[in-house]
Design a protein around this ligand. Structure first.
Ligand SMILES: NC(=O)c1ccc[n+]([C@@H]2O[C@H](COP(=O)([O-])OP(=O)(O)OC[C@H]3O[C@@H](n4cnc5c(N)ncnc54)[C@H](OP(=O)(O)O)[C@@H]3O)[C@@H](O)[C@H]2O)c1
Length: 264
């Protein structure tokens, strides 16, 4: 199937589905006319779809019938009922699940054999085409369907595969950590504002510094420790800041945050 004609549907159109849809439109991955969505609150759905120029439909079954790729974007506890209600129309479609904690074996149990599904956890930067989709390596897509899925969604995200045992860790790394970065950006800005910089200027430079640092690391292939060493001159100011972060247990706090998420 040609990527440019692929029809994509969202069953559930909340925050995450909206972010994926925005990314697809921004990156011209799928034309608005080929995107469909449903939700329970039709009034809110129609207003949201109207703004994006996509099609609002009445039910999960309607979305599944109209689409080649069906994004299951309801809350995890709603997935079983929703997919069972649209089971007939989901046959032969690419079922792209984004519900946290809902893996391949659960779809197998709910739908039985003969369905083509992949379980993932995306993150919100998909909205600007810079996301991550943590995908379970165990799935039931055919090779052709997998190529189509990757062809469409690699336009808005890096797709990284994890074994079933590591999918939730992959989801933590992709889905939870943007909030950590947001807190770090806010804290850095607070420190700069404390010493006299305007809030606007702090928020202009700190996210750009984060973006540039990440881009430099990815493009150069350099180790983060090597990049850190390169800006810490002996007796200089940066190493004083690093030392202060370590005094406050910065690395331990970050590792501990991952530990606590994985215990939940
Ligand atoms: N938000 C994130 O950062 C993130 C990251 C990774 C994965 N996820 C996953 O993405 C999924 C959606 O999360 P979210 O944050 O987007 O939730 P959300 O904003 O609460 O959206 C849920 C959507 O599902 C709709 N819905 C509920 N029952 C339905 C039904 N029976 N038929 C059709 N639509 C129905 C809701 O419609 P009404 O509002 O009209 O009820 C709403 O549009 C979750 O499974 C979550 O685990 C989210």
């Amino acid at each position: 199937m040609d990527i440019s004609t692929v029809r994509t549907g969202f069953i559930g159109f909340g925050s995450m589905a909206g972010a994926i849809c925005e990314g697809l439109l921004k990156k011209d991955a799928v034309p608005a006319a080929n995107i469909y969505a449903c939700a329970r609150n039709q009034e809110r759905l129609k207003a949201k779809c109207g703004k994006l120029g996509i099609n609002a439909l009445a039910s999960a079954e309607d979305v599944a019938s109209a689409s080649d790729i069906v994004v299951i974007a309801v809350l995890p506890e709603q997935v079983e009922a929703v997919v069972k209600s649209a089971a007939q129309a989901l046959k032969g479609k690419i079922i792209f699940s984004i519900a946290a904690g809902v893996d391949c074996s659960m779809y197998d149990e709910w739908l039985g054999e003969g369905y083509n599904h992949i379980s993932t956890i995306p993150n919100t930067p998909v909205a600007v085409g810079e996301g991550i989709i943590a995908a379970e390596s165990r799935h039931t897509l055919t090779d052709e369907q997998l190529a189509l899925f990757e062809g469409v969604f690699s336009r808005i995200a890096k797709i990284e595969y994890f074994s079933p045992e590591l999918l939730s860790l992959g989801g933590t790394g992709a889905g939870c950590t943007p909030a950590f970065v947001d807190v770090f950006i806010e804290a850095l800005a607070d420190g700069l504002v404390k010493h006299g910089m305007s809030r606007a200027q702090a928020y202009a430079i700190v996210p750009q510094m984060m973006k540039g640092t990440a881009e430099y690391m990815m493009q150069s292939g350099l180790h983060p420790g090597a990049l850190k060493d390169a800006v810490c001159s002996p007796g200089g100011t940066t190493i004083v800041g690093i030392s202060a972060l370590e005094e406050c247990g910065f690395r331990h706090a970050v590792i501990h945050a991952i530990d606590r998420i994985m215990e939940k």
